[in-house]
Design a binder for this molecule. Structure first.
Ligand SMILES: CC(=O)SCCNC(=O)CCNC(=O)[C@H](O)C(C)(C)COP(=O)(O)OP(=O)(O)OC[C@H]1O[C@@H](n2cnc3c(N)ncnc32)[C@H](O)[C@@H]1OP(=O)(O)O
Ligand SMILES: N[C@@H](CCO)C(=O)O
Length: 392
């Protein structure tokens, strides 16, 4: 199976040079330094049995892999996130508050890797890419699962020469990947931190995902997914999906504080134009997502979330948990509507009952589910504390 790896340092000596590496050859990066790269793999077999002859993974790294090749940290992104988790290329990342020199995930100490998930639309192969026949995959893209995402990430880590992981961490869909990493790479991962994510995606989440998919597929511009190159994209559908999503990612308290019943300046009260501040906010969020996200990827990634269940095909949840070796920290958010803290506390307890060195921590926030992308100070403290705990 052919694999190729290209890495480009964005800072420091010989910055901006693309280097082609043979797999297993560690990238020559420096402590704290940011790099980005492409990993090309052939013949990737998905859990559903489908095979993609060519797959591309976009990734970014921070820091340097140590001589023992055991200081790697894998950071997994959420539904609409990407590989740009921390500062680099002159831009902050979505977790810059957590990752960087001297921060909770210290890039002077760790070699941090974040990659865009397969099925996504931020550099890695997804439904908008061209299939072998030269047409976009669209709905012909295989049904991707969280396990497929992690399997590809594991191959990336092998190619980068990483032997053992100090930490795998992520929130939401990223947390689901972290749960899978704990099982799939058991013995290779010293610490897993799964934030705002169940070990098996709950029915309320599946329901909301379906409502969001219905919004996209009801848009006439969706065209059964074959919208690429037609000049029409399902923007209204994706915007409606984002609005539904945002209502589950935040809280009533926050909306009360931010918007109350205030009206938006432009609103004239007609049903078709936004009247209240909260409406114009949701529309703005939809516009923003349309500028950076592909609707078909949204369909595929929400389906991946629906299928997430670490016990699937492994004899159930307990049997899967019994495979976990390293330490597990589950972080819940007290105001998270979708990923209820009581479920996550229970999951951490179940893991402990199954012999895992497991603990539960709770982040208190008015932001709801999205708190893991916003509340960097308390989250940093929790990550630092968790990393100080014994591995086994
Ligand atoms: C910035 C990125 O991280 S994008 C690339 C990677 N993406 C990810 O990792 C996905 C995860 N990220 C996210 O989900 C979000 O970016 C979060 C949770 C981190 C932050 O959400 P934000 O949308 O930036 O914050 P918030 O909810 O405060 O909304 C602020 C926006 O709403 C706008 N807004 C606020 N009130 C209103 C209103 N009444 N009417 C219209 N717009 C409004 C603000 O002007 C601001 O707009 P801007 O983002 O264009 O500057
Ligand atoms: N704000 C997050 C929500 C899902 O966790 C995202 O857009 O990815």
């Amino acid at each position: 199976m052919a694999e190729t790896l290209q890495v480009r340092r964005t800072t420091g000596s010989a910055a901006l040079q693309w280097a082609a590496l043979s797999t297993g050859q560690r990238p020559d990066t420096e402590a704290g330094q940011h790099a980005c790269g492409w990993f090309h793999l052939d013949d990737v077999v998905f859990e559903c049995g489908a095979l993609l002859p060519r797959v591309r993974v976009y990734f970014e790294t921070w820091g340097r892999l140590n001589a023992a090749a055991d200081n790697a940290v894998v950071v997994c992104h959420a539904l609409t996130g990407d590989a740009h988790a921390a500062d680099g290329g002159g831009r902050p990342g979505w977790w810059s508050g957590l990752i960087g020199p001297g921060r909770a995930i210290d890039t002077n100490r760790y070699f941090v890797i974040a990659s865009n998930v397969i099925g996504g639309c931020a550099g890695s192969t997804g439904p908008s890419d061209l299939a072998e026949d030269g047409r976009p995959y669209a709905m012909r893209f295989p049904a991707v699962t969280v396990r497929d995402m992690v399997a590809v990430q594991m191959r990336l880590l092998d190619a980068l020469g990483v032997r053992e992981l100090a930490l795998v961490i992520g929130g939401s869909l990223g947390g689901m990947q972290a749960w899978e990493w704990a099982v799939m790479a058991s013995g290779r991962v010293r610490h897993t931190i799964a934030i705002a994510a169940h070990p098996a995606f709950p029915p309320l989440g599946i329901g909301y995902n379906e409502a969001m998919r219905m919004a996209i597929m009801a848009d006439a511009d969706w065209q059964n997914g074959e919208y690429y190159g037609t000049g029409r994209t399902p923007q209204a559908g994706l915007a409606a999906a984002r609005a539904i999503g945002m209502l589950t990612y935040r809280t009533d308290l926050l909306f009360e504080e931010r918007f109350g019943r205030r009206t938006a300046e432009a609103g004239d009260g007609a049903p078709a134009s936004p009247r209240f501040a909260v409406e114009s906010y949701l529309r703005h969020q939809g516009d923003k997502l349309n500028r950076r996200f592909d609707a078909n990827s949204y369909l595929y990634l929400t389906r991946a979330m629906d299928s997430h269940d670490i016990g699937r095909g492994r004899g159930g949840m307990e049997a899967a948990l019994r495979q976990v070796r390293g330490r597990l920290t589950v972080i819940g958010i007290d105001t998270d509507y979708l990923y209820a803290p009581r479920d996550l506390r229970r999951a951490a307890r179940l893991a402990a009952d199954c012999g895992v060195a497991s603990s539960y921590r709770e982040l208190s926030s008015k932001y709801g589910h999205d708190a893991f992308l916003i509340e960097f100070e308390p989250l940093s403290r929790m990550v630092e504390e968790a990393l100080r705990e014994p591995v086994r």
